[in-house]
Design a protein around this ligand. Structure first.
Ligand code: IYR
Length: 224
């Protein structure tokens, strides 16, 4: 390895193998209770919980450790209303033709349509932005690498952290999503990546049967 500034790994924890088996099984049992939810309660969620989950997301690996992401956590009723209005406007165009027949068919089993009341009901909307230029310091303007992969991993950790905290989420990608830059006041260097809705589920929240079909291990993995 090339000479570089580094320190010893001191926070790694090795578990006995029996404990590893138990932990991996327990984690699977827990994460399989994560579902995309489309009916949210308006019950408030403490900002510190969201901050902790965002800090967890910020630990994600990224290309050259540039951390090419920015999260805008929206709790303001006024900003949520603006997001809902614009998302529904774009979604109407999508559902009324832009999506095309094949895409609309693929969505039938999820029961989605252009109405997105959860964008106002849920306590938190987290708009996730990717950054074209950046670096290890927030003000850097160097080339970022593997931006999509990096932001995708951070988003995955965020979803997992929110689930672990006891909240439910929905990944929402209104198409086009560029309106989020304006509403959230983000500059030219950033592109809206995803909108994550977070909060408590409504009492009558449901999970589509379609979403409960998960591919088997044999389908998703090969051991060589
Ligand atoms: N963005 C739209 C449509 C949509 C697309 C996919 I792919 C989904 O998995 C779910 C919805 C909407 O949110 O309704």
């Amino acid at each position: 390895m090339q000479d570089h500034n580094c320190s010893p790994l001191t926070d790694y924890i090795e578990y006995p193998e029996t404990e590893m088996l138990e932990r991996s099984e327990n984690f699977y049992q827990d994460i399989k209770r994560r579902h995309s939810i489309r009916k949210f309660s308006d019950r408030p969620v403490d900002k510190t919980i969201i901050e902790n989950c965002l800090k967890a997301a910020g630990t994600a690996p990224s290309g050259a450790n540039h951390q090419p992401w920015h999260f805008v956590a929206v709790n303001s009723a006024d900003v949520k209303k603006q997001i809902r209005e614009q998302a529904e406007h774009h979604e109407r165009g999508f559902y009324e033709g832009r999506a095309g027949e094949e895409w609309l068919n693929a969505l039938k089993d999820l029961g989605t349509d252009a109405n997105k009341p959860y964008l106002e009901h849920a306590p938190w909307l987290i708009a996730i932005f990717s950054q074209k230029k950046g670096g290890i310091k927030e003000e850097d303007k160097n080339t970022n690498y593997y931006v999509h992969e990096s932001v995708g991993i951070a988003t995955g950790i965020l979803i997992t952290a929110l689930h672990n905290a006891g909240l439910v989420t929905l990944t929402h990608t209104p198409k086009p999503m560029s309106f989020l830059s304006k509403v959230c006041n983000r500059g030219e260097n950033e592109r809206a990546y995803m909108l994550l809705i977070a909060g408590y589920p409504a009492d009558d929240a449901t999970i589509p049967a379609h979403a409960q079909v998960k591919k088997s291990l044999e389908d998703i993995a090969t051991f060589l």
